[in-house]
Design a protein around this ligand. Structure first.
Ligand code: NAG
Ligand code: NAG
Length: 220
């Protein structure tokens, strides 16, 4: 009676079963200790292996040579909560890659890569994000004034040992939940902007208390 709908249902059923069967594949060079974790750390990978199970929540890709993430990656793996890309060869993030609406990411480690810039709007409205590690990117010298906009739940931000000579204080303003900020090991220039940053850090000492174990701010 409704051939279109019947056909659509068939397609959906097919799609669903493909997704289900794909849901249990593990990329050949990786380990899948449970249904939601894929561990491909230290496998000398030069690009993302895949496909990953579509319902992957924890994806461990540290210590590889991965230089590129497709911009629809988080759209495809929308259940991802924990993404560890530490110590890879990423030099830039395609616009939109990390600003996926409805992202569930809570933990993102991009430390130890070769990033040069964190452009404004990089993380869109990643309201779930709690820990963001961007340290040890020695050429990272530019952080856009609205680079961290939308990160309203972010508690920990690591920008240590990068190539920052200054940082626009405005970039930190949207981080209402920030508890730990790491800025040490950057080649700060004693500019006006740095003076403003220093004043901001002093002023927000209460926001970044030093007493608790998980809360501190380190600059030098
Ligand atoms: C980074 O990854 C490479 C390749 O796996 C490894 O040889 C190196 O020890 C790692 N470096 C760090 C600091 O973990
Ligand atoms: C890292 O980036 C710098 C500056 O863009 C470049 O000169 C260097 O070759 C890159 N290194 C790697 C390992 O990609």
């Amino acid at each position: 009676m409704y051939p279109c709908i019947t056909r659509l249902q068939t397609i959906l059923a097919l799609l669903y079963s493909t997704m289900l069967s794909r849901g249990h594949t593990c990329p050949s060079r990786c380990l899948c200790p449970d249904h939601h974790t894929v561990d491909c750390s230290g496998r000398a990978l030069t690009h993302l292996p895949g496909p990953f199970p579509l319902n992957v929540r924890r994806l461990l890709l540290a210590n590889n040579w991965i230089s590129w993430i497709p911009s629809d990656f988080l759209l495809l793996y929308s259940d991802l909560v924990y993404l560890d890309l530490r110590n890879n060869s990423l030099s830039q993030l395609e616009p939109g890659t990390l600003s996926t609406p409805f992202s569930r990411l809570v933990f993102l480690d991009l430390g130890g890569n070769n990033l040069t810039e964190i452009p404004s709007g990089s993380f869109g409205e990643s309201r779930s994000l709690i820990k963001l590690r961007l340290g040890d990117n020695p050429y990272l010298s530019a952080v856009g004034p609205r680079a961290f906009q939308g990160l309203s739940s972010l508690r920990e931000l690591g920008l240590e040992r990068n190539g920052l000579s200054d940082l626009d204080v405005g970039a930190l303003e949207p981080l209402a939940s920030l508890r730990t900020l790491r800025l040490e090991g950057n080649p700060w220039a004693c500019s006006c902007r740095f003076a403003k940053l220093f004043a901001w850090l002093t002023e927000h000492r209460d926001k970044l208390p030093t007493g608790e174990e998980d809360s501190h701010v380190t600059v030098m």
